[in-house]
Design a binder for this molecule. Structure first.
Ligand code: DX5
Ligand code: ZN
Length: 252
């Protein structure tokens, strides 16, 4: 699995054991459904419960019809977690803001191909700033954007809802698309020895995560599924345990 490189910036505390090795599956709670008034505490609690990444949704009310958070908020949560911060850019354009997120402590930065006029250049820019790079595909975005950039990718993210909002239902056609991307990645890995993660985002729940994993995903964004189910003490061990138990039945 690819190694997560920390960007330059304020030194982070050492990684906890669960981020030292790469597990088969990664769960990436999306802060979009967290309590923004207590964001530091929320990300601490969810990583204490075993979340592998923090998924950070950036929306600009232009590329998507919603407005969320930027580099300042990424910088604010950075000291609260050692887990990688997975910045999902739903903004257009992307190049000007990429270095800001790298400086703010992002580890992974993904963007939508429709949001960059020069996809290869934007991917290179992300790596030049010490982060891992990924492309995000909306439900109706064709996969041909992968054709000439596989060497530049650390992550491929398939949207299983149309981007802009949490709490939507998983679009079943995503399962076919996951199988198609899994085949591309496996062929690429067999040829080059290099791995690329396959992430899915939108409508992931306890009752469908095993099927999504069986279709080929290895990294799972879950927003409302996680943050709507706090334990009695405000933590998230219960729901993350349920997601992991369901993944254990996936058989991949
Ligand atoms: C949607 C965002 C997702 C969102 C997922 O545009 O990219 O990350 O938070 O939320 P759920 O898991 O509730 O579908
Ligand atoms: Zn997202």
């Amino acid at each position: 699995m690819p190694t997560i490189r920390m960007p330059a910036g304020p030194p982070a505390p050492p990684a906890p054991p669960h981020t030292m090795s790469t597990p088969t599956y990664r769960i990436a709670p999306s802060i979009l459904s967290a309590d923004f008034a207590r964001l530091g505490e929320e990300v601490r609690r969810v990583t204490e419960a075993g979340a592998d990444w923090i998924h950070f949704d950036v929306m600009d009310n232009h590329y998507v019809p919603n407005l969320t958070v930027g580099p300042l908020v990424c910088e604010a949560i950075r000291p609260h977690v050692t887990a990688p911060i997975d910045v999902h850019l739903m903004v257009r354009p992307v190049d000007r803001i990429i270095p800001d997120f790298a400086k703010a402590g992002a580890n992974i930065i993904t963007f939508h191909p429709e949001a960059s006029d020069h996809i290869d250049r934007s991917l290179a820019l992300i790596r030049d700033h010490g982060c891992q790079a990924g492309l995000v595909f909306n439900p109706a975005t064709p996969l041909h954007h992968l054709d000439h950039v596989m060497d530049r990718l650390d992550v491929i993210l398939l949207m299983s809802v149309n981007p802009g909002f949490g709490g939507q239902s998983f679009i079943p056609e995503t399962l076919n698309k996951l199988r198609a991307v899994r085949a591309r990645i496996d062929a690429y890995t067999a040829r080059t020895g290099r791995q690329i993660l396959l992430e899915v985002d939108g409508g992931v729940k306890v009752d469908n995560i095993a099927e999504i994993a069986a279709a080929g995903a290895d990294t799972f964004v879950a927003g409302s599924a996680v943050f709507s189910k706090p334990d009695a003490d405000g933590g998230y061990r219960g729901i993350l345990g349920q997601l992991r138990d369901a993944l254990a039945t996936a058989g991949r």
